[in-house]
Design a protein around this ligand. Structure first.
Ligand SMILES: Nc1ncnc2c1ncn2[C@@H]1O[C@H](COP(=O)(O)OP(=O)(O)OP(=O)(O)O)[C@@H](O)[C@H]1O
Length: 336
């Protein structure tokens, strides 16, 4: 039996702009996530990472539209559910999403406990106020967060504490999958570590079963996730283990993204990525052939012809017409 908690097949979603143009932000994405595993999603700004997260939640509100494909969470294809079923049974229970800058979106007039009360009113109406308060206090204590926080207003908390609180609130229903979108950006190094520790603790204690961590801070993924997916222009261009992706990339885009990271631990801390010359293509009108061709140092004439399909090499997936051995030879020659 499959131990996949999440299976995504051929997912296509797009934005329809006011001028009725389509932006193909997620364009045929397929991947799976096993129970107990953590997956990082990396890529430059605008590659479709956040749109993929919204799409996985079934958050299709204009201008975002579902095109085609399937999203199976714990055996259920959520695209076959009605909006009401999705909201009541899936969102927050099966899969939970912490958007970018969520901590700044907390209503400043509500104490933290009230956010939890609201969730419980909807999903666990059988619990009375005292039971909710006791349950919230126990959860916060277990996660090394002071239960006093529950009776604070968001603005009374530091940035790091606010972010950890948002994570604790978002996982109060023990969702099977947690998607955290840039959960550590805009935090100092100590707070980043505390957030990562909290995410690991949620996994270790079984409050969540799998984690999807979206970030452009690639060094972070090495410490947090088992596998990494790299997205470029709405497509997955490579998938491998964190170790493989960082130290032995196949796709020239991954290579460029990971290129500046040479050694783990000390050398990776605070490392800034060198910008890749050029910009990703316009997703309203993607070019034929490889979408990275215009920025690739190894581009061949054939790269610009026809659709570039995903290839497999052992347990890895990459989207490039050049053989991995050839690419690696080129990379090695370049390094000399
Ligand atoms: N509301 C919207 N309407 C139209 N296009 C949009 C909208 N939101 C995002 N897009 C476009 O969709 C594409 C993917 O954007 P998305 O935010 O998913 O990328 P990302 O990789 O998450 O980047 P970032 O880290 O900056 O959020 C981009 O071309 C972006 O301009």
């Amino acid at each position: 039996m499959s131990t996949n908690i999440l299976e995504v097949h051929g997912l296509k979603t797009y934005y329809r702009t006011r001028l009725k143009e389509h932006v193909y932000a997620v364009d045929g994405v397929s991947f799976s996530l096993e129970k107990g595993k953590t997956l990082g999603i990396a890529g430059e700004s605008g590659c479709g990472k956040s749109t993929l997260a919204l799409s996985l939640m079934g958050f299709y509100f204009p201008p975002l539209h579902f095109g085609s494909g399937s999203i199976v969470i714990n055996g259920t294809d959520i695209m076959k559910l009605g909006k009401e079923q999705l909201r009541a049974q899936v969102s927050g229970r099966e899969i939970s999403y912490i958007p970018q800058a969520a901590m700044n979106a907390l209503n400043p007039t509500l104490k933290i406990i009230h956010f939890i009360e609201d969730i419980m009113k909807e999903h666990r109406p059988e619990l009375n106020k005292k039971q909710v308060w006791d349950m919230a206090a126990e959860r916060f204590e277990t996660l090394n967060l002071s239960p006093k926080v529950l009776h604070s207003y968001p603005n009374e908390l530091s940035g790091g504490m606010k972010q950890r609180t948002v994570i604790a609130i978002s996982t109060i229903l023990n969702p099977k999958v947690l998607i955290a979108d840039e959960p550590t950006s805009a935090l100092d190094v100590t707070s980043q570590k505390a957030v990562i520790k909290l995410l690991k603790s949620l996994l270790d204690r079984g409050f969540i079963q799998s984690l999807v961590f979206i970030t452009h801070e690639l060094p972070l993924l090495y410490h947090v996730t088992d596998d990494i997916i790299v997205m470029y222009a709405g497509e997955i261009v490579e998938r491998g283990t964190a170790e493989q992706m960082i130290f032995d990339p196949i796709h020239p885009y991954t290579k460029k993204l990971m290129g500046s990271i040479i050694v783990p631990e000390e050398g990776m801390k605070g490392h800034k990525l060198a910008a890749i010359p050029g910009t990703p293509p316009n997703l309203k009108n993607v070019p034929e052939g490889c979408r990275f061709a215009d920025r690739c140092s190894y581009v061949q004439e054939t790269c610009r012809k026809g659709k570039i399909e995903s290839q497999t090499a052992g347990d890895r997936i990459y989207r490039c017409i050049v053989e991995p051995e050839v690419l690696k030879e080129w990379y090695a020659n370049e390094a000399e």
